[in-house]
Design a protein around this ligand. Sequence first.
Ligand code: DGP
Length: 115
Amino acid sequence: MTDCIFCKIAAHELDADIVYEDDDVIAFEDMNPQTPVHTLLIPKKHYDNLSDDVDEALLGTLFGKVPLIARLKGIEESGYRIVANTGAHGRQTVYHLHIHILGGANMPISMGPAD
Ligand code: DGP
């Protein structure tokens, strides 16, 4: 998609701190980190989010890369949390499927009440 910022990052048209890249996926640092480690993992192919008829094999590839990214970021042993905000109630702000990989500190036990 031409106006998608994550497509532009995947195409190297927009700068990002890239952690990992292969033919199918790219991982880069979130520009607004919420935790000491906050990396985003995306498929290079554009899907709005998990509810966009995503190819299941690609989903397997994408989620299968999470432990590798955690290892590259040094949080595989200490643990981490993954989040995929999806749609309006999920508070998704960038409509290109992405997984937040969060770590480097204890995550909150509760996410707090919904509003
Ligand atoms: P979400 O709310 O789940 O859609 O999260 C989108 C995340 O993307 C948010 O944590 C900030 C991050 N982000 C938005 N624009 C950019 C960008 O241009 N570069 C990078 N590296 N991260 C971005």
